[in-house]
Design a protein around this ligand. Structure first.
Ligand SMILES: [Mn+2]
Length: 309
């Protein structure tokens, strides 16, 4: 079985992507990056578009690798959002064209041209991307590994190929909505009344994303400890048990990799079998990867990253 090098959220940072691929030992040949020895492939964790300066180039690089079978690429919430933004439902677009949603997609739409054939082709390709990957040695997902939801998508992980799935995913409370909301966007819990946090877009929120992998025995924690990424402004108060029960936990049977959380600092494992590879490449952080060789316990020295330009 070919070993994987796993890469987190790229968000249009094409220079950093090609630099990282070179460091990992990949060279461009016959239109796609391939590992020098042929024995390794890339596993991309989603969020190729929005924010960064060279979005079409990133999509082309990733897509060419998938088509050459030198990479597997997962669906990120930004690709899902883009598809929903361009798909009509019974009550208008599946993702509303609000100012906030427009702002999120602005860089992508400007760089591609809103109705360009190249953008239509990219949107079509996004619909083929799976929501999770699992083999004998690892698991990967964009934001959170939730066995109940992933189990139901196991027979056809490229969920957006189905227009019916896509339409249902806009209906709050449906299985399709929950799969996208939790697996692609992360698990959230409500904050205590009167508490709020300011997210990276400057919006005030009454909920926080959490460290969904925490086991029951580890859960007697404060809001500050459980938030993902850590947020200093949260109360030290313990999270009540009924809220804690919303967390799926993680069984640790094999390592799990995800992106999505805009971490800062030097990449390292979050738990012996848990690693996030999103280190804010599009916000002056690092584009991060992990060289995986089938180990059960993740190694701090297997992380590789390049600084954002
Ligand atoms: Mn994301």
């Amino acid at each position: 079985m070919a070993a994987f090098d796993i890469i987190g959220d790229i968000h249009g940072c094409s220079l950093e992507l090609t630099e990282l691929l070179r460091i990992l030992g990949y060279r461009e040949r016959n239109g796609a990056f391939r590992h020098e020895s042929g024995g390794r492939r890339i596993l991309f964790l989603g969020d190729y578009i929005d924010r960064g300066p060279e979005i079409p180039a990133v999509v082309d690089t990733v897509r060419a690798m998938v088509e050459a079978d030198t990479a597997v690429a997962l669906l990120g919430n930004h690709e899902y959002n883009a598809v929903a933004f361009h798909t009509a439902g019974p009550q208008g677009w599946l993702r509303s064209r609000s100012d906030a949603h427009m702002a999120q997609h602005l860089q992508t739409l400007c760089q591609y041209g809103i109705d360009s054939p190249r953008w239509k082709s990219a949107l079509n390709w996004f619909r083929s991307l799976p929501v999770f990957y699992e083999d004998a040695t690892l698991r990967a997902v964009h934001a959170a590994w939730i066995p109940d939801l992933i189990g139901k998508a196991r027979s056809s992980p490229s969920v957006l190929r189905s227009h019916q799935f896509l339409a249902k995913s806009a209906e709050r409370g449906s299985f399709e909505f929950q799969l996208i909301e939790n697996v692609l966007k992360g698990v959230e819990i409500p904050l205590p009344p009167g508490t709020s946090i300011v997210d990276k877009e400057g919006k005030s929120r009454q909920r926080t994303r959490v460290r969904w992998w925490l086991g029951r025995s580890e859960r007697a924690r404060s809001y500050r400890d459980i938030a993902m990424p850590p947020y200093e402004g949260l109360p030290d108060a313990h999270v009540p048990p009924y809220v804690v029960d919303l967390l799926p936990g993680y069984d640790g049977v094999k390592p799990v990799f995800f992106g999505h959380y805009w971490l800062r600092g030097d990449p390292s494992p979050l738990a012996p079998q848990v690693a996030c590879l999103d280190y804010s490449a599009a916000r002056g952080g690092r584009l991060a990867a992990y060289r995986f060789d089938g180990e059960r316990n993740l190694r701090p020295d297997a992380f590789v990253s390049v600084p954002a330009r």
